[in-house]
Design a protein around this ligand. Structure first.
Ligand SMILES: NC(=O)c1ccc[n+]([C@@H]2O[C@H](COP(=O)([O-])OP(=O)(O)OC[C@H]3O[C@@H](n4cnc5c(N)ncnc54)[C@H](O)[C@@H]3O)[C@@H](O)[C@H]2O)c1
Length: 353
């Protein structure tokens, strides 16, 4: 069988498969359903780097005892608008979902809610947290820190994480604003994906172990990711560490453990804010203004060679709608890797559409 042959899997099949594996590895059913939903949402949005292909690395962490499958995060109210979640080394998805849920409640009552999450794990694609807020009619800021992969400007060692920042705002008739970006030229997951698929990477994404630009994803994984916009990208990575790591009480300054390193708990931190959009005007007026902004952005005069201008998050929203109909494309090698996990715990394989 060709390891690069593409097959399609429905969102429902991907979700139930992931839930089966998670529950068989000790994750409580309710949490397994939520984690599966978040991962499949990434696959649906075309953020395949942060979808269900992450399952083997997450399960290895459970098997090695560095991620607690059964952990139940604990929430502590600090002030009327500030809360803290202790993730207790459980899945990042669970602590972040609980945190944003509380931030939304506080914003509903007081206009703003801020939650700091500590002792958490990899949280995947941040856009799912923003989507949680958008669905509740809230604006949001979502930051996380992550394991060292990026040098600070002028440095050559891996020190900062390729730590993403995301934010969003609901609209009226038009698409919601959803920005979700890593401060590197490309997310590190894109290098893992290219390595998995036997593909090359663009020469401006990473340096190899000797500090030379490389198109080989395996050599890139031995080196460092390049920050976007030079010193500005590495400054954003430091900012994610200040707000997610230093402030929360989690690991920071290069001490977060990566999702592919099963030797130690990750100790990731997150920073979550929800804001009520109708603080300064009525909700309808806010939504009309968001719709106007959308139309101004996508209707802007195009540069030569550009067919269409997209709003932040729009390409992913279009992909989401398409993949709900066509299914999610996986290559055979990815399906085989997932099915090996299924065999490990004796559950049914992934159902291909
Ligand atoms: N949890 C973690 O530790 C971690 C670490 C790194 C990245 N990630 C995730 O990886 C994902 C990918 O990050 P990335 O930086 O590679 O994203 P990206 O470069 O693909 O996209 C970044 C942003 O730019 C927008 N965009 C992209 N192309 C556009 C276009 N042509 N027109 C208008 N807008 C456009 C996207 O909608 C998105 O909001 C994110 O979901 C991020 O949360 C997670």
């Amino acid at each position: 069988m060709d390891p690069k042959e593409t097959k399609h899997v429905s969102a429902q099949a991907a979700e139930s498969f992931t839930t089966r594996i998670l529950t068989a590895n000790g994750v409580p059913a309710e949490n397994a359903a939520l984690i599966s939903k978040c991962l499949v949402q990434a696959d649906l949005r075309g953020v395949d780097t942060h979808g269900i292909t992450r399952i083997p690395s997450y399960m290895e962490r459970i098997r090695q005892g560095v991620l607690d499958a059964r952990a139940r995060p604990v929430l502590r109210q600090i002030t009327p608008v500030v809360a803290q979640v202790d993730g207790r080394n459980g899945f990042g998805f669970i602590g972040a979902h609980m945190g944003m849920g509380r931030a939304i409640e506080m914003a509903g009552e007081y206009g703003i809610g801020f939650v700091s999450v500590k002792h958490s794990n990899h949280v995947g694609m941040l856009a799912w947290v923003v989507q949680q807020a958008v669905e509740a009619g809230m604006m949001s800021l979502v930051f996380t820190n992550s394991s060292p992969a990026l040098p600070v400007w002028g440095g050559r060692e891996r020190l900062m994480g390729v730590s993403p920042l995301a934010c969003g705002a609901p609209a009226g008739e038009e698409k919601a604003f959803i920005l979700d970006m890593a401060p590197s030229v490309a997310a590190r997951g894109k290098i893992y994906k290219a390595a998995r698929r036997g593909e090359t990477i663009p020469g401006d994404w990473a340096l190899d172990g000797e500090g030379r630009p490389t198109v080989d994803p395996h050599r890139a994984l031995e080196g460092v990711m390049l920050p976007m916009g030079g010193p500005k990208g590495s400054a954003l990575a430091v900012m994610m560490d200040v707000f997610s790591g230093v402030l929360s009480g989690s690991a920071f300054a290069g001490h977060v453990t990566g999702p592919y390193d099963p030797s130690r708990p990750a100790d990731v931190g997150h920073f979550l804010v929800a804001i009520k959009p109708d603080l300064f005007m009525g909700l309808e007026e806010f939504k009309e203004r968001m719709d106007y902004l959308y139309r101004r952005v996508v209707g802007s005069e195009k540069m030569v060679g550009v067919d269409r201008i997209y709003y932040p998050g729009e390409i992913e929203q279009i992909t989401h709608e398409e993949r709900l109909k066509t299914g999610i494309p996986f290559i055979q090698a990815e399906i085989d890797s997932l099915n090996r996990e299924a065999d490990t715990v004796g559950v049914e394989h992934l159902v291909i559409s």
